[in-house]
Design a protein around this ligand. Sequence first.
Ligand SMILES: [Zn+2]
Length: 322
Amino acid sequence: MPLVTSKDMFKKAYEGHYAIGAFNVNNMEIVQGITEACKEEKAPVILQVSKGARAYANHTYLVKLVEAAVKECPDIPVVLHLDHGPDFETCKSCIDGGFTSVMIDASSKPFAENIEITKKVVEYAHDHGVVVEAELGSLAGIEDDVKVSAADSSYTRPEEVEEFVSKTGCDSLAIAIGTSHGAYKFTPEQCTRNEKGILVPPPLRFDILEEVMKRLPGFPIVLHGSSSVPQNFVEMINSHGGKMPNAIGVPEEQLRKAAELAVCKINIDSDLRLAMTGTIREFFDAHPDKFDPREYLKPARANIKELVRHKLRDVLGCAGKA
Ligand SMILES: [Zn+2]
């Protein structure tokens, strides 16, 4: 099947109490690792491209890589989505350039301006059969060009969501309930420690999510910054020359709970980076004589695939839903 929008996907996910994985893609091995797992697990998938990915790999290469994956995985629905579109022009360029979904992130702007920019993107996108994700509230952390300090981050205000969605016509809404971009989502000071001395991050604000659900029944909600920062990969990095102290993510049980509620799309990027980097570091440590990129990218791709398989089955609940 050709690339699809997320409209049907989200409807089924909402009703079926699971979420679709939205994985960031930057190169061939990442596209292959993700889509091979989705193909084998029969899971619908969103492949998303950030502004940074377009700057790194070039729009045409990314679109063609995703088209190749669609051809190789004919039985699963695939969405090509722009992650954090910063302005109308970037969104338009992706809508004109083959994407089936875009995000306009004007969440740093005042409420009225966010509505105005989002509405303009929605009008253009809907005219071209493309769906739009918007954002209210802002997440802390760093993701490519998006940098928000903890002090500037703010939870979504549920009392704003109805007006925002009805005035903009957006198809899904990213909200801030305590997730965060990057591999250092919480400082040790924000966390508690369990009996083994391991950092436990503060819980997500499910009260906000539930209030949003009440105000927007049946409307798909999106969670950004939802990597879990698997400690096996952090250790793999740190024990092979890396230095990532206190890297910490969102516990998978909390994402599972969000997926059972109104959250239909869960963004995962850092976990793929950690799997790839950890695997390559371990390989270089074990084989200092090797220099063929295929030899270290192959196990990196395999570990991305296994990580994605785990997310589909155990976290998102979307395995078998294609
Ligand atoms: Zn994001």
